[in-house]
Design a protein around this ligand. Sequence first.
Ligand code: F6P
Length: 446
Amino acid sequence: MAVSFNYSNSLSFMNKSELDHVSEFVNVAHNRLHEKRGPGSDFLGWLDWPIRYNRDECMRVKKAAEKIRNQSDALIVIGTGGSYLGARAAIEALSHSFYNQMENTTKVYFAGQNISSTYITHLLELLDGKDISINVISKSGTTMEPAIAFRIFRDYLEKNYGKEEARKRIYATTDQEKGALKKLADEEGYESFVIPDDIGGRYSVLTAVGLLPMATAGLDIDQMMTGAEQAYYKYNNPDLSTNECYQYAAVRNILHQKGRDIELLVNYEPSLQYVAEWWKQLFGESEGKDQKGLFPASVNFPTDLHSMGQYVQEGRRHLIETVLQVTKPAIDFTIKADPDNIDGLNFLAGQTMDEVNKKAFQGAMMAHVDGGIPNLLIELEELNEYHFGELVYFFEKACAISGCLLGVNPFDQPGVEAYKKNMFALLGKPGFEKEKLNLGGFSIVG
Ligand SMILES: O=P(O)(O)OC[C@H]1O[C@](O)(CO)[C@@H](O)[C@@H]1O
């Protein structure tokens, strides 16, 4: 099976009867989703997206990617949160580990996910003398971090190419009708792609938001959509005893109710690090509200076994460990015998590097379960576009069901506005004068 879920190593931390109990609620959550009822039902466009996405737009995405690849040394993808993480996750997971350092590739760099003057200056230095295009992505069209980066890069393009040519090198992915970016794109005549109204940022990776940067990096986006389509059918069944996506949602909720407050997503392939970052936004923004929710965190093993391993083994018992495991690595090789064996590693001779990696996983998993940490396992047969699409859909649907089980609206993110208000007040944005007065009680350094 391409993506599979196994919770057998959490059964000593819960009773099977608890799953039977929750299956009724899973059924309710399933019906709510599929009948488009319940909180956040305006944002369910992702649910059947893999079977109804706009093929013409997808074709346009591929053509634009081709043009970018022919015309530019690098694409600068400007966006943050859901307008950034999915594309980065896919490109890092599915491309060469040193993609941007390889010859003959169209480099993909990200900007607008921070407000660091050092980062953006270094990026501009790196791009000096190179031909570039820009894909600016923002659903609202008003998020400040990417808006600042876009202002800087637009200016850079106009200075380097002149206004006319700059326009042809800017691709905007935004709302169909509203927002400052949409307005600018229309005025300037940028080629534009749509983020559907009913798909929230963190659910948008399989729209043009993710697909244009991915296609530019040479990924097969048709395969990705086919994988997501298969997942749509596979996880369409309300029966908890067979639907592994729903089992993941249910088990993490049961464990959460029993005092597990943090879910650690673990990988043994460094290229999955940004899948974890994408997953953190998906679950964190969806579930962390009304003073509820599992805190999504991530570690990269075995690297972090040498830093966080101690805590996982013996620290506070509030963790769930969810391992995202790749069954068959893209590349494997056999460790050779060394006639001198000074490092004492000849016992590994004849084994493959991946066999050793898998033993590290098994050893850590057994130790952590023995140490009191329930283990969930999500296995991915291979890291390719098809399975990536399937995995995205698995997580999206599990997150929606999980949020319903938790009793929150999994599709809004009201809490993100609080820091924005303070920041705008501190920056003196017109309209935020009252908020500025309310900041009086804090001592502000810096
Ligand atoms: O695509 P936008 O509207 O720029 O938003 C980027 C991100 O910012 C948030 O709105 C939070 O502020 C996320 O939900 C979203 O993914």
